[in-house]
Design a protein around this ligand. Structure first.
Ligand SMILES: Cc1cc2nc3c(=O)[nH]c(=O)nc-3n(C[C@H](O)[C@H](O)[C@H](O)COP(=O)(O)OP(=O)(O)OC[C@H]3O[C@@H](n4cnc5c(N)ncnc54)[C@H](O)[C@@H]3O)c2cc1C
Length: 468
């Protein structure tokens, strides 16, 4: 057994076959690579560009329209903006980066996430997302020997909305189009202000305000903190004591372009539908997962390893020397090594999760997405749970919601979302632990665990609205 701690509980990474399921669950959705999107990512559509303009953010919203600030243009901020746009609200997004540096990494989009996109954002153009269907999972020992292949096609019968593997940049671009492109839907687009880092928040209930690093202050009816795991909105609300602690776990990450390495095409069974390969049982590198994204053109590789360095002084996302990467895999068989030998610009991404927070809201300011519940990627649920947050909020704040009603709706939002996200997060970290430490959740419960996949945030929010 290998032990690593510093997280609240010890995380034990077993090497025996008996524990393979747990390792597999812990590693299956880790995914990343190295490319950063260019400024073009925000500007490559003239139509989207129209949404990037200085706005009169303090101007009164029209009757029946809420004036909403969204702090952070990551996946959750953009998805939420797109959904609230549909209710006709006036939305201003503040994004700290000059151009969004969405990581060039893979992400799994499970049925509870795809369900939200299909129901609340039917305008989404799936060909833009270039999703690959997840239909199977092959597990191998690090030596290269086959252990088993799990057939996941049952999931497609139960959840026809889809279980996908996608490139984060493709998903981010499509969420951006839905939030910002004037022609993506009939209602006016959100406005985004780039290079606008929010430094301070005023939590007034009637008129919360945000202050940028340049000292501009803007008032709104509602402020949404979608600024990720290191959220400034959360820090202003709760203080730094609720930051995500280091775990000493990290992921090597890289992307393989199959056009450059056609000899590795065996990894992708079919361009439209395939499944992850997972190597388990390693020592220095605990496991590796590789899966196709971008219509099967790229393979996302991610490998869990222990990083004994002081994580607070090492960057959260850092480059890794290729020779050092190859050394880490030196005890692996040829099959796994072939994926490592072609790694271009590999990086390492620290793994952290947020503790349970005392609250998600203060006045008319609320946090959601990773800002509220950054979790381990064990079940591939992080973004999916953020999409559930967005769908809940959009259902609770339909067209015609008055500013005076917002505070009570945020209370409902928190009552619905906080326990749900805490549950999924707890499950995701319990699945890492040895059975005797797994507590009530019982660890890994399978890829198609119904409590994850069948949650319907719209139904839950409508029922809660009916009761209040
Ligand atoms: C290794 C790994 C693998 C994962 N795999 C999966 C998976 O398979 N499936 C899944 O569903 N989830 C997965 N996740 C989780 C998923 O990536 C996140 O849950 C999701 O990206 C969170 O999106 P977000 O918009 O909340 O935050 P972020 O993507 O972090 O976006 C935050 C945004 O806010 C901006 N910002 C920050 N501070 C400020 C400020 N002060 N002012 C203005 N802007 C600011 C940032 O620049 C950024 O654009 C994984 C996560 C990791 C770490």
């Amino acid at each position: 057994m290998i032990y690593c701690n510093k997280l609240a509980q010890n995380i034990r990474i077993p090497k025996s076959n008996a524990s393979i399921l747990r390792v597999r669950s812990a590693l299956a959705n880790f995914s990343c690579s190295v490319t950063k999107t260019s400024r073009r990512h925000f500007h490559d559509s003239g139509r989207i560009k129209a949404g990037i303009r200085a706005s009169g953010v303090d101007a009164d919203a029209a009757a029946g329209q809420l004036n909403i600030a969204v702090v952070g243009a990551g996946l959750v901020g953009l998805a939420t903006s797109a959904m609230l746009r549909k209710a006709g609200h006036r939305i201003t997004i503040f994004e700290s980066s000059e151009f969004h540096a969405e990581l060039g990494a893979g992400i799994v989009l499970p049925p509870n996430g795809s369900n939200v996109i299909r129901k609340l954002l039917p305008e989404a153009r799936w060909p833009n997302i270039q999703a690959v269907d997840m239909r199977s999972m092959e597990m191998l020992h690090v030596s290269g020997s086959h252990i088993e292949t799990e057939d996941l096609s049952e999931g497609w019968t139960k959840y026809p909305q889809g279980y996908y593997m996608v490139h984060r940049v493709d998903l981010h671009k499509e969420m951006m189009r839905l939030a910002l492109a004037p022609d993506a839907m009939t209602l006016p687009p959100a406005t985004v202000r780039l290079g606008a880092a929010i430094k301070e928040i005023n939590f007034d209930t009637e008129h919360p305000s945000v202050t940028t690093s340049t000292g501009e202050q803007h008032k709104f009816d509602l402020v949404l903190g979608t600024d990720g795991i290191r959220s400034t909105v959360r820090k202003c609300m709760l203080g730094a004591e609720y930051d995500a602690p280091a775990t000493q776990l990290a992921h090597y990450r890289w992307m393989i372009d199959l056009a450059e390495h056609p000899s590795l095409s065996w990894i992708v069974k079919d361009r439209a539908s395939s499944g992850p390969l997972m190597f388990v049982g390693g020592d220095k590198v605990l496991a590796l997962i590789g899966y196709p994204v971008r219509g099967g053109k790229l393979v996302n590789c991610s490998a869990a390893h222990l990083d004994p360095r002081d994580q607070d002084s090492v960057g959260w996302n850092v480059s890794v020397d290729r020779a050092a990467l190859q050394e880490a895999f030196s005890d692996w068989g040829e099959k796994g090594k072939t994926l490592v030998d072609v790694a271009k610009n590999p990086g390492s991404w620290q793994l952290r999760k947020l503790p349970k927070l005392p609250t998600w809201r203060k006045g008319n300011v609320v946090i959601l997405g990773d800002a509220a519940h950054a979790m381990f990627p064990t079940y591939g649920q992080g973004f999916a749970v953020g999409l559930e947050d967005a769908a809940t909020l959009a259902t609770l704040l339909p067209a015609g919601t008055k500013p005076a009603e917002v505070n009570a709706r945020l209370s409902i939002f928190e009552q619905l979302r906080k326990p749900r996200a805490e549950y999924v997060s707890q499950m995701s970290s319990d699945a890492y632990k040895p059975p005797e430490e797994q507590g009530e959740t019982g660890g890994f419960l399978g890829w198609l665990h119904p409590e994850f996949m069948e949650y319907d945030p719209v139904k839950e929010a409508q029922a809660a609205l009916g009761k209040n």
